[in-house]
Write a protein that binds this ligand. Structure first.
Ligand SMILES: [Zn+2]
Length: 267
């Protein structure tokens, strides 16, 4: 039985996943900085040791090219992670994205606390990647050992959003196509019409009941449907510059302390 964990950490309160299969482990998003990436790898090894008695080989997948989701890549690669699944778009733009994003993040005053641990040289963020075929109808598939994983390249929040589907467990890691507790971020690289299409695709996974957003607590189908309506509403109202996407929260009590680690499947 596979185990699925979600680790939420600062900076950026980003959600990263660890899927522990019978033979391999998968880290979903390497996080915003070396400290977070090292913690993810350490936990991935500890979780597989608990499950099968020794640490698994670890692979990684990156949901999109925003800094808080991939700045840990270089740290994982230096520690021995050899396979990084990404979209073709991530692969093509990795170098330029790393240069631009690192400069912005290192120089933003609000990041002073952790900027020091980021490399000065953007090439330290760049890793060899294994792009997933993103042509329509194509799905990347791997098996972690009694645990099938699908990669669907969609888009809308960024130029390419890669969604990680665990079809046997009813779980989907959506990256920032879904955001809980704060407004979804529609930046310059967003396409609202594509975003709407992507959320419809995700909702069409018949088995999916738990959706892990890029930030916030896990959400259900109703939450994703509501966020789809919000984004579709903004799409039809774009002339109105005052319109923004609302922040939605899951009803109920959730542990929102940071850092936190929760188990979504497996014990
Ligand atoms: Zn994010």
């Amino acid at each position: 039985m596979a185990k699925v964990s979600v680790l939420s950490q600062n900076p950026a309160a980003v959600n990263c996943g660890i899927v522990t299969g019978g033979e391999r482990s998968l880290i979903i998003d390497s996080g915003p900085c070396p400290t977070v990436a090292s913690h993810l790898l350490h936990r991935a090894q500890a979780l597989s040791t608990e499950l099968v008695g020794s640490p698994h080989p670890v692979e990684a997948v990156i949901t999109h090219d925003h800094w808080d989701h991939f700045f840990g890549n270089g740290t994982l690669a230096a520690a021995g992670v050899e396979i990084f699944y990404t979209s073709q778009s991530f692969a093509a733009d990795q170098e330029a994205t790393s240069w631009i994003a690192l400069d912005g993040v290192r120089n933003a005053p609000e990041n002073a606390e952790f900027a020091e641990e980021l490399p000065e040289d953007p090439s330290a963020l760049i890793v060899e990647v294994s792009p997933v075929d993103g042509s329509p109808g194509e799905v990347g598939e791997i098996d972690l050992g009694d645990c099938r994983v699908e990669f669907h390249v969609l888009g809308g929040h960024s130029t390419a959003d890669l969604v990680v589907r665990l079809p046997d467990l009813g779980i989907v890691f959506t990256g920032d196509l879904v955001e809980e507790g704060a407004s979804p971020q529609a930046g310059n690289d967003a396409s609202l019409s594509e975003w709407v299409r992507s959320l419809r695709t995700v909702l069409a996974f018949p088995e999916a009941t738990v959706f892990i957003p890029g930030h916030g607590v896990p959400v259900d189908r109703e939450f994703v449907e509501r966020q789809l309506e919000d984004i579709d509403g903004l799409r039809m109202n774009q002339a109105d510059a005052e319109v923004a996407l609302p922040a939605r929260t899951m009803p109920g009590d959730y542990d929102r302390t940071l850092p936190r680690e929760i188990t979504i499947a497996g014990s």
